[in-house]
Design a protein around this ligand. Structure first.
Ligand code: GDP
Ligand code: PGA
Ligand code: MN
Ligand code: MN
Length: 609
């Protein structure tokens, strides 16, 4: 055993002095038994996953079914992002804005110092150098995550580019985001560990000015894999604001038409609202092809030609498991079937494979559920947590676009989709009149809450640009940044913005639109609109498909259903107006006046309708 006082710098695989002294400083504070630098090798992966199996955190799956893959069950209290425990600790409270929790940075640092003091006792402190986005890009964005969780190390190795090659690329002085994570479960001498260490006290904290992240008490992906939501969205959005680009909660897909025309599209939908599915869908319209570039996060920067280019900073998919099947999302199934994956809070089959609700029509006769209990189809409980997740390498996706690796500076975006999960009001697809109107659509996105975050499910809330839980700064400033981006480019070079809703319901509660692969029909209309080949009609809320413009050939949907899915219902929209008024009140004085102008235009249009 090495004491933390033994400088980890001596065995460290880098000459980056500032990094070495920071690692030393955290080790002094958290007092781990030892420090281990993560190099990303196959031997290291084996060592770490073997140790996780030994500790009871992982169960190794059947090699024939899911090679090199693992099942994990969390503590039942640690299953989702904790928005009420997430803080943006900017110097000024107003810079965190009305939508984020805020504590002054000095005060939060003091709290954290107390919590992290000795928090890694009895454990290994891992140091994970990582890069969000390709290292070969013009402006690689580095991070280093310190964690006392081997589960986090294994998951980070899937989700981000990590290890010695990153450390080498960082050289002796590259800047990086400092990410500190502890499950908050120190072990006394000889104390037996539990399979999922965590703490009832949780803090997910961000320091935008100093570009730091400190996360305490949770092992769940969204709270603990700090390259993802914390860096690529919260701190990323702040860096983007300062440097003139955007960090967004968006999938990226490549669409090729039957004529061979290529378009890249991004889409922002709230957590558990269809990004992963849309990103890799199998089109049901003849001759169209979809390839994937990303399923959760996009960084958008201007290219030399004045167009917006999107890069996926991640290296894996951290997808919602339930509902994923060979029918709904065959490409996700093919990706995980190649193995090398971690499954958390799903059920375990008797032959060492995994299962979740919706994977197959027929339920297995017997399972071990995510609580570790016997489960049969007669059980009145779900076998898998609604927010159970697969964590799998993106490079295994059979429809990964070659540009994912081939274009380290990203792909030019033709269209941006915003969407939410709404039973009523929001039609299948609406085209914005211009950038500012599109920003208004994004700024007023509403959606029913899902199991991706703790708290009530199914409550309609505003989730602007699907970024409500991920904005690293004041929401009014964030809207203004979107408007400013629009002013920096010629209108015809900007992506066109569309608003979609796959989740509208009939009176009997059933979905009006079949969704999934059939969403390609909406994508087709969007691309045809960009190319000037599809008809639209003006409505009070924007342009909607003209009668017959949406390709529904071969689709099993009645005319009545299609009409209801696509309807702009003025009465429903009149009920929406006060909700938008209320939302803009909440945004407060930093709301750009252009957003109020758009709201007045909407009101006038609806009154005239
Ligand atoms: P993400 O978290 O935004 O990436 O969302 P996912 O793509 O993982 O989907 C979340 C949930 O919504 C899953 O249970 C999906 O089966 C379901 N879902 C995704 N797309 C559709 C759709 O087009 N229609 C319907 N009805 N459900 C969908
Ligand atoms: P999701 O990602 O958007 O795929 O649900 C995780 C999250 O947002 O918490
Ligand atoms: Mn997400
Ligand atoms: Mn997803």
């Amino acid at each position: 055993m090495t004491s933390p006082a033994d400088s980890p710098a001596q065995s460290a695989p880098t000459k980056h002095q500032e990094l070495l002294s920071w690692v030393d400083e955290i080790a002094q504070l958290a007092k781990p038994d030892k420090v281990q630098w993560v190099n990303g090798s196959d031997e290291e992966w084996k060592e770490i996953t073997d140790a996780l199996v030994e500790a009871g955190t992982f169960v190794r799956l059947n090699e024939e079914k899911k090679p090199n893959s693992f099942w994990a069950a969390s503590n039942p209290s640690d299953v989702a992002r904790v928005e009420d425990r997430t803080y943006i600790c900017s110097e000024q409270e107003v810079d965190a804005g009305p939508t984020n929790n805020w504590v002054a940075p000095a005060e939060m640092k003091e709290t954290l110092r107390g919590l992290f003091d000795g928090s890694m006792t009895g454990r290994t402190m891992y140091v994970i150098p990582f890069c969000m986005g390709p290292v070969e890009s013009d402006d690689p964005k580095f991070g280093v995550e310190i964690t006392d969780s081997a589960y986090v190390v294994a998951s980070m190795l899937v989700m981000a580019r990590c290890g010695q090659k990153i450390l080498d690329a960082m050289g002796t002085d590259a800047g990086y985001v400092k990410c500190v994570h502890s499950v908050g479960a120190p072990l006394a001498d000889g104390e037996q560990d539990v399979s999922w260490p965590c703490n009832d006290t949780k803090y997910i904290t961000h320091f935008p000015e100093t570009r730091e992240i400190w996360s305490y008490g949770s092992g769940y992906g969204g709270n603990a894999l700090l390259g993802k939501k914390c860096y690529s969205l919260r701190i990323g959005s702040v860096i983007g604001r300062d440097e003139g680009w955007m960090a967004e909660h968006m999938l990226i897909l490549k669409l090729t038409s039957p004529e061979g025309a290529v378009h890249y599209v991004t889409g922002a939908f709230p957590s558990a609202t269809g990004k992963t599915n849309l990103a890799m869908l199998e089109p049901t319209v003849e001759g169209w092809k979809v390839e994937t570039l990303g399923d959760d996060i996009a960084w958008l920067r201007f290219g030399p030609d004045g167009r917006l280019y999107a890069v996926n900073p991640e290296f894996g998919f951290f997808g919602v498991a339930p509902g994923t099947s060979y029918t709904t999302n065959p490409n996700a199934m093919r990706t995980i079937d190649k193995g090398n994956s971690v499954f958390t809070n799903v059920a375990l089959t008797d032959d060492g494979d995994i299962w979740w609700e919706g994977m197959t029509e027929e339920k297995p006769a017997h399972l071990i559920d995510w609580h570790g209990n016997d489960w049969t189809p007669e059980s009145d409980q779900l076998s898998s947590h609604p927010n159970s997740r697969f964590c799998t390498p993106i490079t295994q996706c059979p429809v990964l676009a070659p540009e994912y690796e081939g274009e380290p500076n990203g792909v030019p975006i033709s269209a941006i989709l915003f969407g939410g999960r709404r039973k009523t009001t929001i039609p299948l697809v609406t085209e914005s009149r211009d950038w500012q109107h599109g920003v208004f659509m994004g700024a007023t996105v509403s959606s029913e809450t899902t199991a991706a975050a703790t708290g009530a499910v199914g409550v309609v809330r505003r989730d602007p640009m699907a970024m409500l839980p991920f904005m690293g700064y004041n929401v009014g400033d964030y809207f203004n940044h979107w408007l400013e981006i629009g002013k920096q480019a010629d209108a015809e070079k900007l992506p066109k913005i569309f608003y979609v809703n796959w989740f509208r319901r009939d009176e009997d509660g059933s979905f009006l639109w079949p969704g999934f692969g059939d969403n390609s029909r909406v994508l087709k209309w969007i691309i045809e609109r960009l190319e000037g080949n599809a008809e639209a009609v003006e409505s009070p809320i924007g342009r909607v498909p003209a009668d017959g413009a949406l390709d529904v050939e071969g689709l099993n949907i009645s005319e009545d259903q299609l009409a209801k899915a696509s309807a702009v219902n003025v009465d429903e929209w009149l009920e929406e107006l006060p909700l938008i008024d209320e939302w803009f009140e909440q945004v407060g004085e930093r709301l750009p006046s252009a957003m109020r102008d758009e709201l007045e235009t909407l009101r006038t249009n609806l009154d005239a309708a």
